[in-house]
Each structure stands twice: as structure tokens, then as C-alpha cells.
Design a protein around this ligand. Structure first.
Ligand code: PLP
Ligand code: TYF
Length: 396
């Protein structure tokens, strides 16, 4: 039965973790996978999460099945976060939101639903993008192409190329857009450029799928979410996947969501019923713990304020590490201008380093980034940034 099965390539990012774990270099630094580590290099367990977990443990609640679409308070919390508390689309009941297994789960439920809805549509992802975008939409049965986004030669965005590619897309094309903190480049488009993208999506009758995996990591929760409101204001039927993996530091709990904006409450009810089929036929219903924690934090004013403070702390520390990296590289003798590191946002920096340089960083210095030159600046701290800068300076 299995004689024709071939060995699949390992995930280019998650595979680095295994290599890092096996590395005996005492100075090794893991800038590969997109995970936030605190100033001591530790994966944080947020205080707001600890408080919610304690309350949940003390309540000793039984573990029945959740509804197929998840905890109602969770879905409502997601809606408020993504669309704003006073958003008209929520008041009008035009948003179908389901709890999902992380942001990946939200993307997959949306992809499966879109495939059923519009089987001949193509999908466009940014060039480059999070590699799982291509894999996931391909697995859902779509032909996946790219729109131009980053220009390696100038180390900057190719917005004209992006817009031209969107304008050339056939009606019905699903366009996957990073709502904020673009992975892997760290470059986001400006609000004025978003307005042009929205015009192109509307004029071309494209379907926008906003991937919101880092809400709160660029400028703030409302600031980063504002782009969703712009799509809604344009009257578009937009898909939004949400991930709390990074913003709650709940990676392994698999907490995320999918929200679909519809033109009426009746339509949203029908869409929700279809999303529930996707869920039921895959895993029946979501797990309780992570969703219960996030629902409690979002719904309790004190915990919510504590979360916002902790999220701001992560955001501020990442920005400080960007400055330390840029300044450290200069101090280490790197002549080329690395100032772009501080204009990029989110967890990642596209360093512009070549594959050869990244391989040398890994093999000679134990500094792990992806072959594409992506580094997770959220894993830098005061203790390792100097070593990282010195190592980079030696391979440049
Ligand atoms: N989308 C992007 C752009 C990401 O970087 C990630 C990272 O993990 C995800 C989606 C998936 O999120 P999750 O880990 O919650 O499935
Ligand atoms: O890009 C990253 O590093 C994160 C984590 O298959 C991740 O988004 C990486 C690869 C993957 C799943 C998550």
C-alpha cells in the first residue's frame, strides 16, 4: 500500500527547530520560527492568561462538547476585536464568526468553504508569503499564484507591481492579504495604499481574505484592525482569519477564528451554517481550554486591560530590539544601511541576507534564520543581540 509513498519535504520553518534543538553551540540563537520570547529568552505565559486559567480551574467546569462554531462569548469577543465594539456590521448581524484551531484553522475553514462556493476560482498570495498559505490553499484544491509584493533588488515594497497584479486578476479570484505585520518581510503597505487595494478588489470583483495573525503587534489592536473596517466600509464581503497564538502567547492551545462579512443577517446565518459543515466534517467542534481563556480575558474589563498592557509590552520590546539590531550592526562595522530593520513591523525582518549567508550564520555561529533571510526579531534580547550582530557582520 505504501511502497509508492515518498518522503515529503519538511516544513522550512518548523524543520529549523529540530536542527536548532540538536545544535550543541552554547551561543546558539533561534531566530527561525515566529515565536515571541521575553527579555530572558523565555516563552511568556501572560499574567492575564494565568489569572483566567486560575479562575477556570477553580470553577471545575465539566467538559461537554462545545457548539460547532465554538464558545459564543469567544466568537463575540473576536467580532468586537476585529470589527470594533460599535461596528455596524456586528449590530446588523452581518458577520459569521466561528472559533477555529488557530489562525491556520481559520484559513482552512475559509479555504474549504470558498472551494465549495467557487470551485474554479484561483488564489493569489503575496510574493513572498507565509509558506503555509500556498500549501493550505493548494491542499484545499485551488491553483495558487502570486501577486508582486517585495522587491529584493531595492529591498522595498513593489506596490505598483502588487496593484497591477491585483488589477489583472480574474473576477472571483481570492486574494490573501496580510492585514498587518507581513510575514515574512515585515513590510506593510500604507493606509493610502490599502485604499487603492480595496478599490482594485472592488472593481475587479475579487474576494479579499485578510490574514490577521499579528493584531496588536504593529501599532495597537484598533490601529492594526482598522484595515478590516476599510474593507467593510467599501461594502465588500471579506474573510478574516484571526490568530491568538502570538497575541496571547497561546501557541499550543490552537486558538483562532474565521469571520465572514455578509450583506445581510439572513446571508450571514446561511454562511454560518455552511462554515459549521466544514468544521463538523473535519473535527466536529473546537477544544474548550484556549477559547475559554481568551473569552474570559476579552470579556473581563480588568483582564482585558491587563492583556492590552502585556501585548503593548511585547510590541514595545520588539521595537526596542529592532533598534538594538540596527545600531548593533552599525557598531559591528556593517557598512550598508540597515535602517530598514526599524521601519519594518511585527515579528519578522527580511534582512536581505543571501541563502549562503544564512547557512553560514547557522553552521558557523548557531544563529538560525530561514534560508530566505527572514529573522524573528521577537526572539532577540539584550543578552543575545550583540552576538547576533557580530555574527551577521562576519558573514556580510
Ligand atoms: N498566518 C500567518 C501570516 C502566520 O504568520 C501564522 C503563524 O503562525 C499563521 C497564519 C498561523 O497562526 P496559528 O499558529 O494561530 O495557526
Ligand atoms: O512563520 C512563522 O514562523 C510562524 C510559525 O508551518 C509557523 O507563523 C511556521 C510554519 C508553520 C506554522 C507556523
Amino acid at each position: 500500500l505504501f511502497s509508492s509513498v515518498e518522503m515529503a519535504p519538511r516544513d522550512p520553518i518548523l524543520g529549523l527547530n529540530e536542527q536548532f534543538a540538536a545544535d550543541t553551540n552554547p551561543d546558539k540563537v533561534n531566530l527561525g520560527v515566529g515565536v515571541y520570547f521575553d527579555e530572558n529568552g523565555k516563552l511568556p505565559l501572560l499574567a492575564c492568561v494565568q489569572a483566567a486559567e486560575k479562575a477556570l480551574m477553580d470553577a471545575h467546569k465539566p467538559r461537554g462538547y462545545l457548539p460547532i462554531d465554538g464558545i459564543a462569548a469567544y466568537d463575540n469577543g473576536v467580532k468586537a476585536l476585529v470589527f470594533g465594539t460599535d461596528s455596524d456590521v456586528i449590530k446588523q448581524g452581518r458577520v459569521a464568526t466561528v472559533q477555529a484551531l488557530g489562525g491556520t484553522g481559520g484559513l482552512k475553514i475559509g479555504a474549504d468553504f470558498l472551494k465549495k462556493l467557487n470551485p474554479n476560482a484561483k488564489v493569489l498570495i503575496s510574493d513572498p508569503s507565509w509558506e503555509n498559505h500556498r500549501a493550505l490553499f493548494t491542499q484545499a484544491g485551488f491553483e495558487v499564484g502570486t501577486y508582486r509584493y517585495y522587491d529584493a533588488a531595492t529591498r522595498s515594497l513593489n506596490f505598483d507591481g502588487m496593484l497591477a497584479d491585483l488589477k489583472a486578476a480574474a473576477p472571483g479570484t481570492v486574494v490573501v492579504l496580510h492585514a498587518c505585520c507581513h510575514n515574512p518581510t515585515g513590510y506593510d503597505i500604507t493606509p493610502a495604499q490599502w485604499a487603492q487595494v480595496i478599490d482594485a478588489v472592488k472593481a475587479g470583483k475579487l474576494t479579499a481574505f485578510l490574514d490577521m495573525a499579528y493584531q496588536g503587534f504593529a501599532e495597537g489592536i484598533a490601529e492594526d484592525g482598522a484595515v478590516v473596517g476599510e474593507f467593510v466600509a467599501a461594502g465588500l464581503a471579506v474573510f478574516v482569519s484571526t490568530s491568538f497564538s502570538k497575541s496571547f502567547s497561546l501557541y499550543g492551545e490552537r486558538v483562532g477564528a474565521l469571520s465572514v462579512v455578509c450583506s445581510s443577517k439572513e446571508e450571514a446565518d446561511k454562511v454560518l451554517s455552511q462554515l459549521k459543515i466544514m468544521i463538523r466534517t473535519n473535527y466536529s467542534n473546537p477544544p474548550t481550554h484556549g477559547g475559554a481563556v481568551v473569552a474570559m480575558v476579552l470579556g473581563d474589563p480588568k483582564l482585558r486591560a491587563q492583556w492590552e498592557e502585556e501585548l503593548a509590552g511585547m510590541r514595545t520590546r520588539i521595537k526596542a530590539m529592532r533598534r538594538a539590531l540596527a545600531e548593533g550592526l552599525k557598531a559591528a562595522g556593517v557598512k550598508q544601511d540597515m535602517g530598514f530593520i526599524t521601519t519594518q513591523v511585527g515579528m519578522f525582518s527580511y534582512s536581505g541576507l543571501s541563502k549562503d549567508q544564512m547557512v553560514r550564520l547557522r553552521n558557523e555561529f548557531g544563529v538560525y534564520g530561514t534560508d530566505t533571510g527572514r529573522m524573528c526579531v521577537a526572539a532577540l534580547n539584550e543578552k543575545n543581540v550583540g552576538y547576533v550582530c557580530a555574527s551577521i557582520a562576519k558573514v556580510i
